[in-house]
Design a binder for this molecule. Structure first.
Ligand code: GLV
Ligand code: MN
Ligand code: MN
Length: 405
């Protein structure tokens, strides 16, 4: 059993770092807020009995010894946020893992397997339009080219790393070998558990996001003096493409396509928009479906660009493949849910998570906590203390069940 009061007080205290006036949280990678939050989490890790270090990319890692030659069990999530994000997304997973270790240590329960709790660097991708930086590094798939991606100020990931004292040249040393499995607790961020009246859920797999940046260039001209049939209006072109993306994604039951960021140049009331840049996030639990949605949106965009004499550039920001959770770990999680007397609900995750980076490397499992009204990436994000306690106890039991040679 875990200590829910300690866990919720940590969750509350952490949410004050980077707090926004709307009651949300802003914590982006390689910033002072994120550094402060990491130092706070480091204290919780030390108090839980973990030995703590930062790796070369800035993942915060708390380690617990086990018997010498057994593979390591990884637990974790992230403490960065989306703009004006909620206090549960990511933080809950890191703090729950720490709480489980703290409780095990208080009871003098020793694990056979060594274990690491990781607060992964930049899961959300807010700052560089490229997420899961820390988990890619742990998986060994982060590349030199990735480190050259820049934020809106033109600062690259490698510059940001150096600014915060991390050694860019050593980034490959963050890879972790000889791993038994990865487990993560996360809020559901949807309504499935709520609809089933269930506190917790077992995750079957994670939908894969692909992110693009579209730039459509036309001609900035006088809004009063340019007849409608002579315009190369980039914003009208963008609007048609965005509306069609919604239509295409709606043809598939589980596909989603989202434009979350858009900028118009020169952005004047009486100037025809000459250039529009926007992002597109496309996902599905099935890779073929996602690829089809992507292809159809891109073909439509090409068609609009030709018809309207606009120049279209599309660059891929990131592509993460959908992942299935390990059957054996799912069984362990389902058994643990049953043991605490809860109904077993299994569901896929529409949101992305760090564990996706471990595809084809080692097995993963995830435990979801019910989200109020399914709201997430929003200051209103909420999960109850009772549900959190249940999820933490499911993690506690799952770790013990998986700790066999
Ligand atoms: C992260 O929350 C994502 O799914 O983009
Ligand atoms: Mn998120
Ligand atoms: Mn998250």
């Amino acid at each position: 059993m875990i200590n829910i009061h300690r866990l919720t007080s940590h969750l509350h205290d952490l949410s004050t770092i980077g707090k926004t006036k709307e009651g949300g949280v802003n914590r982006f990678s390689y910033t002072n807020e994120e550094r402060l939050a990491s130092e706070q989490v480091k204290q919780y890790m030390v108090a839980a009995g973990l030995t703590v270090e930062y790796d070369a990319v800035g993942n915060l890692i708390g380690s617990l010894e086990g018997e010498d030659d057994l593979p390591v069990v990884l637990l974790g999530s992230h403490i960065d946020t989306v703009p004006n994000g909620g206090k549960y997304d990511g933080s809950l997973g890191v703090l729950t893992a720490i709480e489980v270790i703290h409780s095990l240590n208080e009871k003098d329960i020793r694990l056979k397997h060594p274990l690491k709790v990781i607060a992964f660097k930049d899961e959300e991708g807010t700052r560089f339009g490229f997420g899961m930086i820390g988990s890619r590094a742990v998986a060994g798939t982060l590349t030199n080219d990735d480190l050259k991606r820049v934020d809106q100020q033109g600062i690259s990931i490698e510059q940001a790393m150096e600014q915060y004292g991390f050694d860019r040249d050593q980034f490959q040393s963050a890879k972790i070998e000889n791993v038994k499995c990865y487990l993560e607790v996360h809020i559901e961020q949807g309504k499935v558990l709520e609809n089933h009246d269930a506190s917790v859920g077992n995750v079957t797999g994670i939908a894969g996001p692909v992110w693009f940046q579209f730039t459509l260039t036309g001609l900035s001209e006088h809004a009063g003096a340019t007849p409608m049939n002579q315009r190369q209006d980039a914003l009208v072109g963008a609007s048609l493409i965005i509306a069609e993306a919604e239509k295409i994604a709606k043809e598939f039951p589980t596909a989603v396509a989202t434009v979350g960021k858009l900028s118009v140049k020169p952005n004047g009331v009486n100037v025809i928009p000459g250039e529009v840049t926007w992002t597109m996030d496309i996902r599905d639990i099935d890779k073929d479906t996602r690829d089809e949605v992507e292809q159809r949106i891109r073909q439509f965009a090409d068609k609009i660009a030709i018809e309207r004499r606009l120049d279209l550039k599309v660059s891929e920001l990131q592509r993460v493949e959908p992942v299935r959770c390990d059957e054996n770990i799912q069984e362990v999680i389902c058994d643990s849910i049953k043991e605490i007397g809860e109904p077993v609900v299994s569901l896929p995750s529409g949101a992305g998570h760090d564990g996706m980076q471990f595809k084809d490397r080692f097995p993963i499992g995830m435990i979801f906590v019910r989200s109020k009204d399914g709201i997430s990436h929003n200051p209103k994000e909420f999960s109850s203390e009772q549900d959190i306690e249940k999820a933490a106890n499911v993690l506690y039991r799952s770790i013990l069940k998986l700790d066999v040679k």
